[in-house]
Design a binder for this molecule. Structure first.
Ligand SMILES: [Zn+2]
Length: 520
């Protein structure tokens, strides 16, 4: 494929920074209450309102009536509820936050942690009194992830508002390993959010490759540039990227923690999606710097997997391209040759994610011998129509893999719902002149755009156990809500890490089997 390009406009080289850009608060465990600016005391639902599950230690004897305050505030003790108690001149605490924890399930504690992290963000330090609870690992992890992820911030203001909260102390059971794991996962999620939130003026495919190298500095990271992609036949990446002055990249990162399983994670890395010549509306483009949320999730997951030292071999492929309309852009009606030789008639240049993913999936199947293959992508606008903005769609060729991911979703608090690969829809991808077309044939009126997209991807997985996460909804949030912050959410990092932790703990099953599928 010809790779002649216009000369690039002069642009200052943007530095690659350590991620996350703003460090999260540090979290320590203690058996006794330390000095802190804010003391959080849990409350729980009780007959007719809320009851205190701890003591507001104000120094003097019965300085005020806390139970009465809860009653006057109509507190219910529900997860995330907060009642502030100023403690002026008291010395040890500036204020107390009476923090609803509901039934203290992991989901409740995640919500409570997020509310505390946000409300105490303007105080230098926070102590959370958990002595009334026999918290286990999952509960502690959920609380810590909620606290830290709600403390995340990203700003390009000339004078960013600084978060004051630096130190959090959790007082109660000392579960040091669980705390360390939660901090690893939250930090990796924050790094993913930074990648997603970075404006596309900076975020070229090459910038994403540089950021992957920085994030995974201790791991093997190789990057195929446009010349290498052309010589090896990555027609999908090249076709999608050819309209941009900033050429595509295939980023490959490897963590080898031993063990005989090889997991390959593939992420969609469209660093900006205009739709190409099938141009989106202005409104449709507003969030499109986030169209690399899948790539961010898999790269950050690898950071977490390496930091946790899991006994697995995990390879990440991030397929990065910028989808722009220009005189060099691919046209509707063009036929691409994907990695491995299959041809695709491009009938809508805005269905570009599947083209770059197809290259990466085919490459993984042919070159990496994965035992399991999972791709993550902000793939279709149809997915949030079906499942809303908080829930990802899961498609899988393998029931056991699907069940593992569903279980990881429950553990991690990142919702997903399994969707069907409807075999009758496969016909919509037939092309009269190529092996496949990149969008479902509209004349068939089958709809189901997320399903046909998944069926398209399946064609490139070589029948291996494969799952596809369509994260077009939950990859971004419109508001600060619970542990999510407005903008990129880092969806997938918690889910995939929880899955890989569980997988690493399982005995090895017979690998390399081919999943059954019908021919089309
Ligand atoms: Zn698109």
């Amino acid at each position: 494929m010809p790779t002649a390009r216009r000369s690039r406009p002069p642009q200052a080289a943007l530095p690659i920074v350590a991620l996350p850009i703003v460090a999260l608060p540090s979290v320590a465990l203690a058996a006794d209450l330390p000095q802190a600016a804010v003391l959080a005391v849990p409350t729980q639902p009780a007959e007719g309102g809320a009851r205190l599950a701890g003591v507001v230690e104000v120094g003097g004897p019965d300085a005020f009536d806390v139970e009465g305050l809860l009653s006057r505030e109509s507190a219910k003790g529900e997860a995330g509820e907060l009642v502030a108690v100023p403690l002026p001149g008291q010395g040890r605490w500036e204020r107390a936050l009476l923090s609803g924890v509901g039934a203290a399930t992991p989901a409740d504690l995640r919500k409570a942690g997020a509310a505390l992290g946000r409300r105490a963000g303007d105080a230098a330090s926070l102590a959370v009194d958990l002595r009334a609870f026999a918290l286990d690992g999952p509960a502690l992890r959920a609380l810590v992830e909620g606290l830290l992820l709600a403390s995340y911030s990203f700003s390009r203001k000339s004078e960013p508002k600084q978060r004051a909260l630096r130190e959090v102390t959790l007082v109660g059971p000392v579960l040091s390993a669980e705390l360390a794991a939660a901090v690893v996962v939250a930090t990796a999620t924050a790094a993913a959010r930074d990648l997603v939130n970075t404006p596309s003026l900076e975020k070229s495919p090459d910038w994403l490759a540089g950021s992957a190298r920085a994030l995974l500095a201790d791991l093997s990271v190789t990057v195929l540039d446009e010349k290498a992609l052309a010589s090896q036949g990555f027609g999908g990446l090249l076709g999608v990227g050819q309209g941009s002055t900033r050429p595509p990249r295939l980023i490959q990162a490897v963590y080898d923690g031993g063990g005989s399983r090889h997991v390959v994670l593939v992420g969609k890395g469209i660093t900006f999606d205009t739709g190409g010549l099938s141009l989106k509306s202005n409104d449709g483009m507003l969030a499109m710097k986030t169209d690399m949320g899948g790539a961010a999730a898999v790269l950050a997951t690898l950071r977490a997997v390496a930091d946790l030292g899991l006994p697995l071999r995990v390879t990440v492929l991030a397929a990065a391209a910028e989808n722009m309309p220009s005189g060099t852009a691919q046209r509707p009606g063009d036929v691409l040759t994907q990695y491995g030789g299959r041809t695709v008639e491009v009938l809508n240049t805005d269905a570009e994610g599947r083209l770059v993913l197809a290259d990466a999936l085919a490459y993984a199947d042919r070159e990496l011998s994965p035992d399991v293959l999972v791709d993550v992508a902000t793939l279709t606008g149809a997915m949030p129509v079906a499942l809303g903005k908080r829930c990802a769609g899961l498609f899988a060729s393998d029931d056991e893999l699907a069940a593992q991911l569903e279980q990881a979703s429950l553990v991690s608090g990142e919702p997903l719902w399994r969707m069907p690969l409807v075999e009758d829809y496969r016909v919509a991808l037939d092309s009269p002149i190529a092996d496949l077309r990149n969008i479902g044939q509209p004349k068939l009126k089958l709809q189901g755009g997320s399903i046909t997209a998944a069926l398209f991807l399946r064609e490139f997985t070589g029948g291996r156990p494969w799952a596809h996460l369509d994260i077009a909804g939950p990859a971004r949030s419109g508001a600060d809500e619970d542990e999510l912050t407005k903008g990129g959410t880092g969806y997938g990092v918690r889910l995939l890490t929880a899955w890989l932790v569980a997988l690493a703990a399982q005995p090895v099953r017979r690998t390399g089997r081919r999943a059954a599928r019908s021919s089309a």
